[in-house]
Design a protein around this ligand. Sequence first.
Ligand SMILES: Nc1ncnc2c1ncn2[C@@H]1O[C@H](COP(=O)(O)OP(=O)(O)OP(=O)(O)O)[C@@H](O)[C@H]1O
Ligand SMILES: [Mg+2]
Length: 239
Amino acid sequence: MLRISDLSRHFGDRSILHGLCLDLDSGQYVAVVGESGAGKSTLLNLIAGLDAPDAGRIEIDGQLMFDRSGAVDRSMSEDERTRLRRARVGFVFQAFHILPHLTVAQNVELPLVLLGVAPAERKQRAQALLSEVGLGDRGGSPPRELSGGELQRVAVARALVHRPALVLADEPTGNLDPETADIVLSLLARTIKSIGACGILVTHSLHAAGTADRILQLHQGALRAAPERNAPLAVPAIG
Ligand SMILES: Nc1ncnc2c1ncn2[C@@H]1O[C@H](COP(=O)(O)OP(=O)(O)OP(=O)(O)O)[C@@H](O)[C@H]1O
Ligand SMILES: [Mg+2]
């Protein structure tokens, strides 16, 4: 479903990702951890086609989004990328990106509007997801009346409403209390399995990461298996 190879991205003279590879099949759900600034959001932006790599390949659902090597660029056009993203990708942004001039329900319906789904079905699917994240009675509200954690849940509902093939969630529980976080995490895991999507959960929380099938660490520009959770921590000597 998702095939990434030799992916590199630098900003100025700072190399953020280099030679990164990742293969995910449908139904596979991985968590990506890594220190702040490691490049986790950069990676998700590339997979969603919101940013372009300096080199490497990203293939989604058999479609080659990026294929760049040296001067040779066989990547798809920006328009094709936008169409692929709208149809196949659900993205929970770290900063939510809820549109302030639409109601909560209209925000959740937006991916379906862009795909031309009929209004009655749009409303019903948006309402079902808002109910799942505990916001069933807030659909008519303007986003400014919602708390940070409520907006985050709207963002999760919007990312799942069109049953995407690929779910990218950037710190989707960063603003939630533990109980609400668990509701959102289980909705993500359950939905990814039930629609046969593949999912990437970026998080700083080991508890959240534990809800995915496997944990990868983004370190020095590439992904590797995360250190065992019970591995002894290096304790600095005192004295
Ligand atoms: N458009 C940009 N221009 C310049 N530098 C950038 C840009 N986007 C990201 N960076 C830099 O790339 C590095 C990786 O950023 P990124 O947002 O991917 O980190 P992250 O792993 O998501 O961190 P966090 O856990 O804090 O969200 C950071 O040092 C950041 O400053
Ligand atoms: Mg980030």
